[in-house]
Write a protein that binds this ligand. Structure first.
Ligand SMILES: *Cc1c(COP(=O)(O)O)cnc(C)c1O
Length: 394
């Protein structure tokens, strides 16, 4: 095991920032009240809850009442999709039903599996293709809309290849046709500025642990005019949409993480972007390598690269021995033994998808480490190719 430890998997999760831990701490102990309680203990928690809600709402140009805190980003996606699909508006099972949902082939499992769940139960789902860069064509969205369409759900930034979708254009189309537009913004929130009103977004999901906040807290923005029903039933918290005592430390931490992200967004985009470009340049010197995803429409933290003739899983494990933590779209890392649907959707052959590596940067990464990272990847790719059954002269 190497003494160096370099974490390059920030799209999986991030460490909680010091300032976030500090902000959360009192809400575990002295300020422990239930925000639903009427006494001063409750009031203290309620004030923190509403202050956090406002901070987050301001950050995306929403009204505080439109922010619904959820357990995780996954739950926010589930609530958005099922909450709309089960609403009276959808009139499922009637003559006037609107049971058609449009999504893409590259969504996060939280959206993909929720849509599949509905598909099995009679909802019609359109699975839009993407081009070789992983981009949705907004015209395809428009063409897919029928009078039965109730919802379009397209992610903002892809978690594997970092592609940024033209959500403003998609939002415009949805507004024109009076179809709700949901976007999973877990990978963009805090990295790209978002204004839900300008972008015509009706529903938006985000999660704290991808932006140096704690795990186990997310939110769903729901435009005040959207007809939606809860999927969690109980005491009527969060304007009835998400029953259950609010996770106050988590929510306070999420607001703090949002504040930090807002402050650092510009400088980090520049600093990390530079580092990323440098590493890409080095890695592309390795023969038989290719960048997956878009060159221009790409989040600055993401590199997704394939190396012919190597298996991503093996690459990941060898790099881990050198103290470098990355991720892969290789089949072995998934339970299904299928390569990543995202890499398949952008047209990668299975062997290319198998040799893919995802490197995602974050705030603790330093430019001084780039040479070390590049060298280790070069070495490991080289040594794996020596033992590869695919004989080729790389
Ligand atoms: C991580 C992630 C999620 C899930 O968020 P959790 O809080 O881990 O449930 C959903 N969508 C995308 C794009 C993600 O990257």
């Amino acid at each position: 095991m190497s003494s160096k430890r370099i974490y390059l998997d920030h799209s999986a999760t991030t460490p909680v920032a010091e300032e976030v831990i500090e902000a959360m701490e009192p809400y575990f102990s002295e300020k422990f009240g239930n925000p639903s309680s009427l006494h001063s203990f409750g009031r203290e928690s309620r004030d923190a809850l509403e202050k956090s809600r406002k901070q987050i709402a301001d950050f995306i140009g929403a009204r505080p009442s439109e922010i619904i805190f959820t357990g995780v980003g996954t739950e926010a996606d589930n609530l958005a999709i099922m909450g709309v699909a089960f609403s009276e508006n959808a009139a499922f099972g009637t003559k006037n039903q609107r049971n058609h949902i449009i999504t893409s082939k590259i969504e996060h499992p939280a959206v993909r599996e929720t849509c599949k769940y509905l598909e099995k139960r009679g909802w019609k789902i359109t699975w839009l293709d993407v081009n070789s860069e992983g981009l949705i064509n907004p015209r395809d969205v428009e063409n897919a809309i029928t009078k039965e369409t109730i919802l379009v759900t397209i992610m903002h930034v892809n978690n594997e290849i970092g592609t940024i979708q033209p959500i403003e254009e998609i939002g415009k189309i949805c507004a024109k046709h009076k179809v709700y537009f949901h976007t999973d913004a877990v990978q963009s929130y805090g990295k790209i500025s978002i204004n839900v009103k300008k972008m015509n977004i009706d529903l938006l999901s985000a999660s704290a642990h991808k932006i140096y906040g704690p795990k186990g807290i997310g939110f769903l923005y729901v435009h005040q005019d959207v007809k939606i029903v809860p999927i969690t039933h109980g005491g009527g918290h969060e304007t009835g949409l998400r029953s259950g005592t609010e996770n106050i430390p988590g929510i306070v931490g999420f607001a703090k993480a949002t504040e930090l992200a807002s402050k650092n967004m510009k400088s980090e985009a520049e600093r990390i972007g530079k580092m990323k470009d440098k590493l890409v340049k080095e890695l592309l010197k390795i023969p038989g390598s290719r960048i997956n995803g878009s060159k221009d429409q790409r989040i600055y933290v993401n590199i997704n690269i394939s190396f012919e003739g190597v298996e991503g899983e093996a690459l990941l494990l060898r790099l881990d021995e050198k103290g470098i933590a990355v991720s892969t779209g290789s089949a072995c890392s998934s339970k299904s033994l299928e390569p990543s649907p995202v890499l398949t959707a952008i047209g990668l052959k299975p062997e290319q998808a198998h040799g893919s590596l995802r490197i995602t940067f974050g705030k603790e990464n330093r430019e001084e480490d780039i040479d070390y990272i590049a060298e280790q990847i070069k070495n490991v790719v080289g040594s794996l190719r020596k033992i590869s059954p695919f004989k080729k002269n790389w």
